[in-house]
Design a protein around this ligand. Structure first.
Ligand code: PXP
Length: 238
């Protein structure tokens, strides 16, 4: 069975826009699990632009909730994550000026530090994943680094599909990487920029075991949630 991981960072983005407490990411995490998500993802960014340390600690302490914590290779963040003890970690590149994670890790440049980080988390029995570009070489390096999983960056294929451009080349790259990773004993995940259509297309690759989706789920839920909330207010003020 394929799994769905729901990234709830943007619940925190919305809360932070007001600087108050609502909507609460902890409630969102519990709710998302209750309605069927297989895991939830949060990204503790160095600039704390959405999820903060308190959120991460609270969310990771909920019993029975599978939490995938995205982290950069920053020493302070790694230390925090080891302390928070999520079920899973996914190492991602981070650049202060980016709006969202823009690509996979530079595994050649960061090989040594990533290897050390993976070792630390594996010692604590925390599942490790690397956010990589769909590159055969990166899959091979991932194997050398002994990661449990790789998450293939799907931002490029998502953009091609959304702008109605040819995407077959990119699709084949993702497929080849997924096949190789699975053959090497690495579990394959996919994420970034996914919506209904792009996800459907990627389900043709059987080797992908987990999809991690955030922005579209939170954005789309605005439309599907509005009806009920407006209804409630009409009842209250009637
Ligand atoms: N996977 C990883 C590793 C990410 O960094 C992100 C974005 O935070 C996602 C998945 C989710 O991407 P999106 O919000 O575009 O669905």
């Amino acid at each position: 069975m394929r799994r769905l991981g729901v990234n709830i960072d943007h619940v925190a983005t919305l809360r932070n826009a007001r600087g108050e407490y609502h909507p609460n990411p902890l409630d969102a995490a519990k709710f998302v699990k209750k309605i069927g998500a297989d895991s939830i993802t949060i990204h503790l960014r160095e600039d704390r632009r959405h999820i903060n340390d308190y959120d991460a600690k609270k969310i990771c302490s909920v019993k029975g909730l599978a939490v995938n914590l995205e982290i950069s290779t920053n020493k302070e963040i790694v230390k925090k994550a080891l302390n928070i003890k999520p079920n899973y970690i996914c190492i991602v590149p981070e650049n202060r000026k980016e709006i969202t994670t823009e690509g996979g890790l530079d595994l050649i440049k960061n090989k040594k530090i990533i290897k050390e980080i993976i070792f630390k988390f594996k010692k604590k029995k925390i599942r490790t994943s690397l956010f990589i570009n769909p590159s055969i070489n990166d899959v091979k390096i991932s194997k050398e680094l002994s990661t449990d999983c790789v998450e293939i960056h799907t931002g490029k294929i998502a953009n091609l599909i959304k702008s109605k451009k040819r995407y077959l080349n990119e699709f084949n790259k993702i497929k080849k990487c997924s096949v190789l990773a699975k053959k090497m004993g690495i579990e394959v995940h996919a994420g970034h920029g996914l919506d209904y259509k792009t996800t459907k297309i990627l389900t043709k690759i059987n080797h992908i075991k987990e999809f991690n989706i955030g922005h579209f789920i939170i954005g789309e839920s605005v439309f599907f949630g509005l009806k009920k909330i407006i209804h409630n207010f009409k009842k209250i003020i009637r």
